[in-house]
Design a protein around this ligand. Structure first.
Ligand code: BGO
Length: 530
């Protein structure tokens, strides 16, 4: 807290969300108006009381975002970062939640102790939109108080939640969301450099600064002199990373980051909003989702997609696999002709050439599999797979996002458990993460493939894809049962609530697909869970 027992609260919110009404309802006649220093933006301040506790309320300018593109946004952000109020109340219009949560997410990314004032609940209910405040609070990690500011409803509860959060001194704990593989990696690189030398704003997290730096936030860019030692490291790196992101995604970092924020919000709203007509940004992604995540059509499409991938991987890779086979048999017979019969020849031909050839022969197949998974991930469909699988996987004590690790480990035959285990970093629930790590190696990974291929070739030569598909389904069953047993025994406990992010659909770029195929999809996609 700032003073001995006075609490300072900043009131943020989109224009028309009801911020002025909340301010008036909280402070009544105890208000005065001034200006923010150095600018002609009006600054309203007032006092509110609850159980003898004085709360100093500062009304921030109405903003949609926390960028530095408008004076209002800059004033609001500077006040929060410079004055560090004890708590920020974000007034959101619950009848227009998705759009309003964009600011809330940015406040959470900054790390401010936040209370969400879920205003206009009367309007939302009239429109058939019911927001579950508890669920919303759980998912965002911030208290949510429903209000109707016009009638003063919920104001006491709002003040109480604010005071409860301010006592004892809350720490600034930034929300970290994933912005996709390329941007996440770029942010890691930038924040590593910023970690050591934080320009001016020593209290702000290097991760947040790195996000802003990559977004090209003019105010943050200005805090670093291009000619300084730090600037000479940061600016060329930023340029290179922005170039790479443009090449792999065909978009600039700022748009990608915004898309992923909306994806995160979409995931939150899916779980916390029940509506007769759910509020929609009716864009292409939403329309596609209506079909692809439909309860009946969605799983059928998913099975078709997986089966299509099998056909693609096995049919397309047949020729290069045969090339590898012919090359190694040619190499074997050539070496046989050179080295005389005996132990040494057997070691080289049967041991080294046949052994290495047998494994390398599956490289094209594995590359095609990774290519297919990279396509699913880059297009945004993989997040929908996780969303659809969430309910099923939860019954086995896992999480929808475990699906990426499972698929990469061999959920589509030919994967590898190493990037699979790395892909579990996205799971924030430690028990679900450990259960996934311990079980994914039972999938049909690339190392098991040669053996399966020999057996399938010998017994079911005409139906390779179908039998491999069946074997894969069996391995899924084994993994799920093993996970369930672990969650009943060694890893017993409740699962933590977690947001399923649904990024917008995008058309993958060729360069992006090749880079992600090479990297092994999922292995670098998400940040470590805090
Ligand atoms: C007018 N419920 C309802 N139904 N309305 C609310 C609520 C609520 O919870 N909260 C606020 N409003 P501001 P910003 C108006 O002014 O506080 C209404 O920009 C009108 N005015 O009364 O100003 C509030 O500060 C004529 O409505 O928002 C106001 O964030 C006809 O939402 C509007 C109808 O609130 C914006 C409404 C002359």
């Amino acid at each position: 807290m700032t003073g001995s027992d006075k609490i300072t609260v900043a009131l943020a919110g989109n224009p028309n969300a009801g911020k002025t009404s909340v301010f008036n309802a909280l402070t009544g006649a105890r208000q005065h108006v001034g200006n923010y220093p150095g600018v002609t933006v009006e600054k309203k301040e007032g006092r509110a009381f609850i159980d003898d506790q004085e709360v100093h309320v500062v009304d921030l300018p109405g903003t949609y975002s926390l960028t530095a593109y408008s004076l209002e946004e800059l004033v609001a952000r500077d006040f929060i970062m410079g004055e560090r109020p004890d708590v920020v109340i974000d007034v959101v219009d619950s009848s227009n939640l998705e759009r309003n949560l964009y600011l809330a997410i940015q406040l959470l990314e900054l790390g401010v102790p936040l209370v969400i004032c879920l205003n206009m609940t009367d309007v939302a209910e009239q429109r058939g939109i019911h927001v579950d405040p508890e669920k919303l609070g759980q998912l965002l990690g911030a208290p949510v108080v429903p209000t109707v500011a016009r009638g003063g409803k919920g104001m006491k509860e709002l003040l109480k939640a604010t005071v409860d959060l301010a006592r004892p001194n809350p720490t600034w704990d930034p929300l970290k969301i994933s912005y996709g593989p390329d941007v996440d990696r770029a942010i890691d690189e930038l924040s590593d450099i910023l970690q050591g030398s934080r320009p001016r704003r020593g209290l702000i997290s290097p991760h947040w600064l790195a996000v802003k730096f990559l977004e090209g936030d003019p105010e943050i860019l200005n805090t670093v002199d291009e000619e300084s030692e730090l600037g000479r490291k940061l600016f060329p790196l930023r340029k290179r990373l922005a170039h790479h992101i443009l090449a792999t995604t065909d978009d600039d970092p700022e748009s990608i980051i915004a898309d992923y924020r909306y994806g995160f919000i979409g995931g939150v709203c899916r779980q916390a909003v029940k509506a007769k007509i759910r509020e929609h940004r009716l864009d292409t992604s939403d329309r596609i989702d209506r079909v692809l995540t439909n309860r009946l059509i969605g799983p059928l499409v998913l099975l078709l997609v997986l089966y299509g991938i099998y056909q693609f991987v096995f049919v397309v890779s047949e020729t290069p696999v045969a090339w590898f086979g012919s090359f190694f048999s040619w190499l074997g017979s050539s070496v046989e002709a050179i080295i005389p019969d005996g132990m040494f020849q057997s070691l080289i031909v049967s041991g080294v050439i046949d052994g290495v050839g047998g494994v390398l022969g599956f490289v094209p197949l594995i590359m095609f599999m990774f290519f297919a998974v990279a396509f699913l991930e880059d297009s945004g469909y993989m997040a929908r797979v996780a969303y659809m699988m969430d309910r099923l996987l939860r019954t086995f004590g896992l999480h929808g996002n475990s699906v990426m690790a499972m698929i990469v480990s061999g959920g589509i035959a030919g994967g590898c458990a190493v990037p699979g285990v790395m892909a579990t970093r996205v799971l924030k629930d430690p028990k679900a993460r450990l259960a996934t790590i311990l079980t994914v190696s039972m999938m049909n990974c690339g190392a098991k493939l040669p053996l399966y291929a020999v057996l399938v070739g010998a017994f079911f030569s005409g139906r390779r894809a179908e039998i491999m598909f069946a074997l894969t389904l069996i391995s899924w069953g084994i993994v799920l049962v093993a996970a369930r047993i672990l969650r009943w025994t060694a890893l017993r406990g409740e699962s933590a609530p977690f947001v399923m992010e649904l990024p917008l659909y995008r058309l993958p770029t060729t360069k992006g697909l090749f880079i992600h195929t090479w990297d092994a999809p999922g292995s670098t996609s998400k940040r470590p869970a805090p």
